[in-house]
Design a protein around this ligand. Structure first.
Ligand code: HEM
Length: 502
């Protein structure tokens, strides 16, 4: 009996190895990373940056693309800007394809495209007519003229929180990520969803906010390397308790979001009233039948997560980089410290080029979405006239690699050097627009599917760094181990900073 089981396991392992883990022959023009590289963090103390440098960078830069095993399948990651441009321009060949299509039974698909009510999608993963419909509803809520006051108020409260925490912990570093998560949620709630009460609760740190705690717990269950690489395991919710728990948390999070941001008692959009509020716009589209309940939920989830998680990651990484490179922090402070500002809300940010250049440099070096695999090849394709890609292959980008490509950015591509963007507002804008148009800088994606929240994210970052650099000097806690996350969104893992009041 025993030997039958052993035999079955051996056969299963051979099948797994031959048909799942062995890299596909095509496209034969590029190399493959061994399947086990993304599993290394399960066994060793190694982070994504080290994995990239040791196993991915050389073969990826050599051919501009590489085959990698992720999400239970082999995918192609494209790095070279000309290839990325081609993918972005030829949407009818390189189709957007979200997790629900790629890994439909996974916890990740549940998270951003919940399938309790049947098939659905969201603005990031949809295509063609469906995407245009979502975009018409959502874009005006994200690309309006923002009132800066709530962000300034929240930034001052953020300073107060750092001051108090630093006072209590003496010279020890304080962990910043959870505080910044509350802060970026508060900004999104106040400026985009027009929910100032909930925003204000987020900023009072002693106040427990269920939406925030549920999201925090959920994140701990989502980004585990083993389930990200083998999402088939997510089907085993009955035998793996953590998967059942993740699904429960997802449902709870989504219900909370809807209850808080789209209360059914709210009034319908009339004559453009509240037409700027994203929550109202979604609710109105749902009431008049343009969106069904599932589409409403899926879009709400993705907008809340993208709108708050990405800016939060950028803030964590930026404070980390500025803590690690005190000279640059000092340059930034020199630019902002003596400005006599009567009203930050009417500030002309063009007069602060070093601030803009620093933010762009942080986004270049540590893009919040460092790798993205969300397109499927609809018909056999020949990328760059060289790489023959079979139909059905999944293809994605590694913005971390593209943003640091030495051919584009020079031999100092890995250095933190805001000066590379230019010294005047005109130069910086020109360089930024050019780098985006040539797909050399893809932190906000590009083409017709570029991020709709870029303007809000940059405004928030400007205010945040402006207020923080005037209030404090900070450095990395010398006892904190300088390392990045092992999987999931790339950022310094559990970074702690020591703040000195100015
Ligand atoms: C630093 C902050 C941010 C970064 C780095 C970022 C990055 C990105 C990236 C890489 C994409 C493409 C995703 C994909 O194709 O799968 C994207 C799309 C998108 N982002 Fe952002 N994002 C940020 C902030 C925001 C904010 C604050 C919002 C507001 C809610 C937002 C809303 C969106 C939307 C709606 C799309 C879909 C655009 C479309 O396909 O038409 N993002 N973003």
């Amino acid at each position: 009996m025993m030997s039958t089981w052993v035999l079955l396991v051996i056969v299963a392992l051979i099948i797994l190895f031959l048909f799942v883990l062995t890299p596909p022959r095509h496209p034969h023009e590029i190399r493959s990373a061994p399947f086990w590289v993304t599993l290394l963090p399960i066994l060793f103390d190694i982070d994504q940056q080290q994995i990239f440098e040791q196993y991915i960078a050389a073969p990826l830069y050599e051919h501009g693309a590489i085959k990698v095993f992720f999400g239970g399948r082999w995918n192609i990651i494209v790095e070279r800007p000309e290839y990325i441009s081609e993918v972005l321009k030829r949407e009818q060949i390189y189709n957007k394809s979200g997790n629900q299509k790629k890994i439909p039974h996974s916890v990740l698909a549940d998270f951003l495209e919940i399938h309790v009510l049947g098939a659905g999608s969201n603005i990031i993963s949809a295509r063609d007519e469906e995407w245009r419909c979502y975009r018409t509803i959502i874009k005006p809520g994200l690309q309006k003229v923002f009132d800066t006051k709530p962000i300034v108020d929240n930034a001052e409260k953020l300073c107060e929180t750092f001051r108090q925490m630093q006072g209590q912990s003496m010279r020890k570093g304080i962990p910043i990520q959870e505080i910044l998560q509350r802060y970026s949620s508060a900004n999104l709630l106040c400026c985009i969803f027009h929910c100032p009460e909930l925003g204000s609760q987020m900023m009072s740190m002693e106040h427990e906010v269920l939406l925030h705690t549920t999201q925090l717990t959920l994140k701990r269950y989502l980004f585990r390397p083993i389930f990200m690489n083998f999402p088939a395991l997510d089907r085993l919710a009955s035998v793996i308790p953590s998967r059942a728990k993740a699904r429960r948390l997802i449902r709870q999070f989504s219900e909370l979001l809807q209850a808080e941001l789209i209360p059914s008692s709210g009034k319908r959009l009339q004559n453009g009233e509240n037409s700027n509020c994203l929550g109202d716009r979604l609710r109105s589209a749902w009431r008049d039948g343009t969106l069904n309940t599932k589409q409403l939920r899926d879009n709400l989830n993705v907008l809340y997560v993208a709108g708050q998680e990405n800016p939060q990651l950028l803030m964590v990484s930026s404070l980390y980089l500025l803590g690690k490179y005190p000279e640059i922090q000092k340059n930034l402070r020199n630019e902002v410290k003596d400005l006599n500002i009567s009203n930050l809300c009417s500030m002309d940010w063009r007069s602060l080029p070093y601030l803009t250049a620093t933010i762009l440099e942080c986004l270049r070096l540590l893009p919040p979405i460092s790798q993205l695999i969300n397109r499927q090849v609809a018909e056999p394709a020949c990328l760059g006239g060289r790489i023959h890609i079979p139909r059905g292959t999944y293809i994605g980008y590694n913005s971390y690699a593209t943003n640091r490509d030495p051919v584009t950015w020079g031999p100092d591509a890995n250095d933190f050097r805001p000066e590379r963007w230019g010294s005047t507002d005109e130069q910086i804008s020109k360089n930024y627009r050019g780098a985006k148009a040539r797909a050399e800088f893809i932190s906000f994606h590009g083409g017709s599917r570029a991020c709709l929240g870029e303007k809000f994210a940059l405004l928030q970052m400007r205010v945040t760094l402006f207020v923080l650099t005037r209030a404090f000097r900070w450095e990395l806690d010398p006892e904190w181990k300088d390392q990045m996350t092992p999987a999931g969104p790339l950022h310094p893992r559990g970074v702690r900073l020591v703040f000195t009041k100015l």
